[in-house]
Design a protein around this ligand. Structure first.
Ligand code: AMP
Length: 523
């Protein structure tokens, strides 16, 4: 028998088995799986009554709310395609993405209605606008529609290779591309996640990660698959996050390293009273070993490091813990945990290859590009066959990430292809320099980029953000760097910034640093 693999099947099962359990908590509202599923069905019925058909695209601009979560079920169960957009983009970006995706309907959280109204003339193909929170002229009211529409609609046949979502990548360097994720892709990622990061219906998952980012790393469906509870969080500031973690007995969360840093550096009274034992999945950028160790030591949480990209649904490797790792002293264990690890059971094959396509030796030194092939790899970029062919050339997804392979087979990312700094013919890994700079007691975060240099062609330039109240001079930082790394790697210039420019998903925008537009700190 062959039944299409789809995360929608997890929702069917959750409703049947966990109907009375809490599915979602969002501010004061709490829905059981029965109520949540009924709301999803009503939303599907509304969409169908508005003329939405299989294959249509629906754009969604929302914070982590129950209505955003409901859309991850209501839209796909019609065979339609959800396009969750990054809410931190500009109105012009919204217009471009809505037009590019050909969305027929846009739904949005109240904070974004003005932005969307300001671009209506640029999105002529959108037929309906739905406001998730409250009525307004020109907008249909989500709650009102759901309340008055019975939960009946015609379910189409959905194939596992049908499109589930289009996720526009954050665009650190160029125009975003629409990653096409299929039902099968997402299903495989959910199963793989649960094999390596097991959860049960007792788990309470905190939405620190935006749901729009690679579908919340598929946790929009992963939590439902086990009948766990989704605890929504609209804005991540440490005080709110710690309060919700304690009040809602949160047991797990996903976070980019930048969020972990902000939690690990929160005021001591918050850290001291934080609930222990929270399991954290971190990805999106390389976490420093020091960050992992701080989170584990100071908060008593357990960190699992995972790596991937939107194009791979997103997980392609996990730093799987082995018994011999647990016997190591904390610092060494954290150093291993900071590696990106090995392929997941379900993600398919991962290789690190040189420019001839040959695998690099397992020596922990030779760098190569990470490539992957498996059931988690996207079907392509929406309306961009050229970019698709380039990314998937030779039958492998080319990640553009540069890694070494250690003798035990664990990969460690050293750079992104475009971020390698070539100084006087020597390759310098910006990540390596960054990870050393953050071990300075005054430094909270560091980013290193290549800048033109008269003598060396290119030289590293370090941008650092200091810890609250810390003071340090450029000379002290340079002396520290000279003591800690090969001299050719020492940044030629150090600049102290108020904060690093980042995308909504926590990636440092190195192009902003290169352009000299970042805000310099007043010392
Ligand atoms: P995105 O598609 O926006 O999630 O970005 C994917 C990119 O983020 C990857 O290609 C990597 O460059 C980076 N990335 C994701 N996870 C990690 C990780 N664990 N370590 C280092 N870089 C990462």
């Amino acid at each position: 028998m062959e039944i299409p693999l789809s995360p929608l099947d997890f929702a069917r099962r959750a409703r049947r088995l966990y109907g009375n359990r809490e599915a979602v908590v969002d501010l004061g509202q709490r829905f059981t799986y029965e109520v949540f599923s009924d709301r999803c069905d009503r939303w599907s019925a509304v969409l169908q009554s508005l003329g939405i058909r299989q294959g249509d695209r629906i754009a969604c601009i929302a914070l982590n709310t129950h209505s955003q979560l409901e859309s991850f079920y209501a839209v796909p169960q019609l065979g339609a395609v959800l396009v969750p957009l990054n809410y931190r983009l500009t109105p012009q970006d919204f217009a471009y993405l809505i037009q590019h995706s050909g969305s027929r309907l846009v739904c949005a959280h109240s904070d974004y209605l003005d932005a969307l109204d300001s671009i209506r003339a640029d999105i002529p193909d959108v037929e309906h606008f739905v406001s998730f929170e409250g009525a307004r002229p020109g907008w249909l009211d989500y709650e009102h529609l759901i309340a008055r529409t019975p939960p009946t609609f015609k379910r189409p046949e959905i194939g596992e290779n049908d499109l589930l979502t289009i996720n526009y990548t954050s665009g650190t360097t160029s125009r975003p591309k629409g990653v096409m994720i299929t039902h099968r892709n997402a299903y495989m990622n959910v199963v793989g996640t649960l094999l390596h990061f097991p959860m049960t219906s007792a788990d309470r998952y905190l939405w620190t990660l935006p749901m729009f980012h690679a579908n919340g790393w598929t946790f929009v469906w992963t939590v439902t698959a086990v009948g766990g509870s989704h605890v929504c969080l609209r804005k991540v500031d440490p005080r709110t996050a710690f309060a919700v973690i304690n009040d809602e007995s949160v047991s797990g969360l996903c976070a980019a390293p930048t969020v972990l840093i902000s939690l690990a550096n929160a005021p001591e009274e918050l850290r001291r009273s934080a609930r222990r034992g929270v399991r954290v999945l971190t990805a999106g950028a390389a976490p420093a070993a020091a960050t992992i160790q701080r989170v584990e030591d100071e908060l008593g949480w357990e960190v699992t490091h995972i790596y991937g990209m939107t194009e791979t649904s997103p997980f392609i490797s996990v730093c799987e813990s082995r018994p011999q790792h647990n016997a190591l002293p904390p610092q060494q264990r954290a150093t291993i945990k900071a590696r990106q690890g090995v392929e997941l059971i379900t993600s398919g094959e991962l290789r690190v290859i040189d420019s001839n396509g040959c695998e690099v030796p397992r020596d922990g030194e030779t760098m190569g590009e990470i490539v992957a092939r498996g059931n988690i790899v996207m079907s392509g970029y929406f309306r961009d066959p050229e970019a698709t062919a380039h990314a998937l050339r030779g039958g492998w997804m080319h990640t553009g990430d540069v890694a070494v392979v250690h003798p035990d087979g664990y990969i460690e990312i050293r750079d992104r292809l475009k971020d390698v700094i070539i100084s006087g013919g020597e390759n310098i890994s910006s990540l390596e320099v960054e990870s050393i700079l953050v071990t300075h007691p005054a430094v909270q975060e560091a980013a290193v980029v290549g800048m033109p240099h008269e003598k060396w062609g290119e030289a590293p330039h370090a941008f650092v953000v200091l810890k609250d109240g810390a003071r340090v001079t450029e000379k002290e930082l340079r002396d520290f760097a000279r003591r800690s790394m090969a001299h050719f790697k020492v940044p030629a210039v150090f600049t102290i910034l108020e904060e690093l420019p980042k995308t909504a998903t926590g990636k440092i925008q190195k192009y902003v640093l290169r352009s000299g537009r970042a805000a310099i700190a007043r010392q």
